[in-house]
Design a protein around this ligand. Structure first.
Ligand code: UD1
Length: 421
């Protein structure tokens, strides 16, 4: 298992290009199963989660070709059972259910287990499929969905923790080929849902309201091939903004959509960073002591849960006490104990972290527990005194394309140590 070693204290400056969005690319790649025609997807990031999705598509029978950031897929004939060995590696595998159900009226996929950020149920996905007239059953650890005919209807997919992103994606994909009109109330409004809807519209789907809490889908008989470029990854962008807020003199992000980052940009401005936004670039001047903040994670357009861990790293060195409350995944605080090992003062009270800023963090060996938590530890390492060794970095490789090389390009002293498993 590789590890990343960071020597803290190097100022960051320069330019970094943001990759395509992982969370857009995953459902968009799955959506290519909805047609037998060829689809071409650009700006697909080179990440292990994407490799797993491409493996699943190949296993299902699709022809998959990849040349740098472009993936060409043709799912002429597909089978409808996704294998446990690949599915278990990535929760987002569940988003092949919707397109397979839409096209073949049946699908069988291993049920995703929980993960370190908490229980990850798919009850809302299944509620949506049932509303489309499908039956759903759990058999031998797999979830099986099937229907004689998919029929559109009105449903509400809002759960106790708010809307569901992949649940909305899944039902949206299935509904494109259902008979009649589907209305998803309580839909997720994340930019990645809009990106998927835009791709589906290019394939011939009739969708209105993506990006709002009500999406209307008029079912069509079939979809055709399409070409699409995935939107920039707002979470990767946010992570580099926090890196610059911690250790930057002046850093410019290229290929970024600032509109998708409003909540993060507002938080960073409140913390005292100077930001300048141009067409598809953001320049940030950081490196000073951050002002403390009160943050609450919420569904889009609120502050994203996927940026919570990174902000905890920033606020660990703020000039006072911050409160960070997690409402989307209330147990998502695995990074806290590791940040404390680096000298952070954080007390957890339920789903709220009370962070008392300290003047200096100190490098330590730490353990990555999930994707964004690992990023937070690398960020803390950038400003910690001495050496930070982040172990189990396969988590970070799931969602960040070459994060070590990109940070090194900005001046960080960071290296990856390859280790055999
Ligand atoms: C997606 C993102 C993930 C992000 C999350 C929230 C992808 C690949 N992943 O995950 O990075 O952190 O959105 O923005 O796009 N829930 C239920 N029942 C369900 C589904 C979800 O109760 O059937 C709950 C979850 O436990 C959680 C909340 O709803 O508390 C939001 O989860 P959801 O939006 O579904 O997350 P994902 O789509 O899995």
């Amino acid at each position: 298992m590789d590890k990343i070693i960071v020597h803290g204290g190097r100022p960051l400056s320069g330019f970094v290009k943001i990759s395509g969005s992982k969370n857009s690319a995953l459902p968009i790649l799955a959506a290519t199963l909805l047609t037998r025609e060829q689809c071409i997807i650009h700006s697909v990031p080179d990440l292990s989660d994407i490799h797993y999705m491409l493996q699943i598509l190949s296993h299902l029978g699709a022809q998959v070709e990849r040349a740098s950031g472009t993936v060409t897929i043709q799912a002429d004939t597909v089978q409808t059972t996704a294998p446990y060995e690949i599915v278990r590696k990535m929760r987002a595998s569940v988003c092949v259910l919707g397109p397979l159900l839409g096209r073949h009226k049946e699908a069988r996929v291993s049920l995703p287990g929980g993960c370190v950020i908490g229980d990850r149920p798919i009850d809302l996905h299944l509620k949506g499929f049932r509303a489309l007239n499908a039956a759903c059953r759990v058999e031998a650890g797999d979830v099986k969905v099937f229907a004689d005919e998919l029929r559109g209807s009105t449903m509400n997919l809002e759960g106790r923790q708010g809307p569901t992103v992949l649940g909305t994606d899944n039902v949206l994909m299935a509904a494109t080929l259902a008979e009649g009109t589907t209305v998803i109330e309580g839909a997720a409004a994340e930019p990645e849902v809009v990106d998927l809807a835009n791709f589906l519209i290019k394939m011939g789907a009739k969708i209105e309201g993506a990006g709002t809490r009500r999406i209307t889908i008029e079912g069509v008989k079939e979809l055709h091939g399409a070409e699409h470029a995935v939107i920039p990854d707002r979470i990767e962008a946010g992570t580099f903004l926090v890196a610059a807020a911690l250790a930057g003199t002046e850093v410019t992000l290229r290929r970024v959509n600032a509109e998708h980052l409003n909540a993060v940009l507002n938080a960073l401005a409140d913390a005292g960073c100077k930001l300048s936004i141009q067409k598809d670039t953001i320049t940030i001047r950081g490196g000073g002591t951050a002002r403390p903040l009160q943050l609450i994670t919420e569904p889009y357009p609120g502050f994203p849960t996927d940026m919570q861990a990174q902000m905890c790293a920033l606020l660990s060195r703020a000039n006072g006490e911050s409160l960070v409350t997690e409402t989307v995944f209330p147990q998502r605080f695995m990074h806290v104990s590791e940040l404390k090992r680096m000298g952070a003062e954080i007390a957890l009270d339920g789903a709220t972290a009370r962070i008392t800023g300290v003047a200096q963090l100190s490098g330590a060996p730490v353990m990555a527990s999930d994707l964004r938590a690992s990023a937070a530890l690398v960020l803390a390492g950038l400003v910690a005194e001495g050496m930070t060794e982040v172990n189990r970095v396969y988590h970070i490789d799931r969602g960040y394309e070459m994060i070590d090389e990109k940070l090194a390009g900005l001046g960080a002293e960071i290296e990856r140590v390859k280790q055999s498993a």
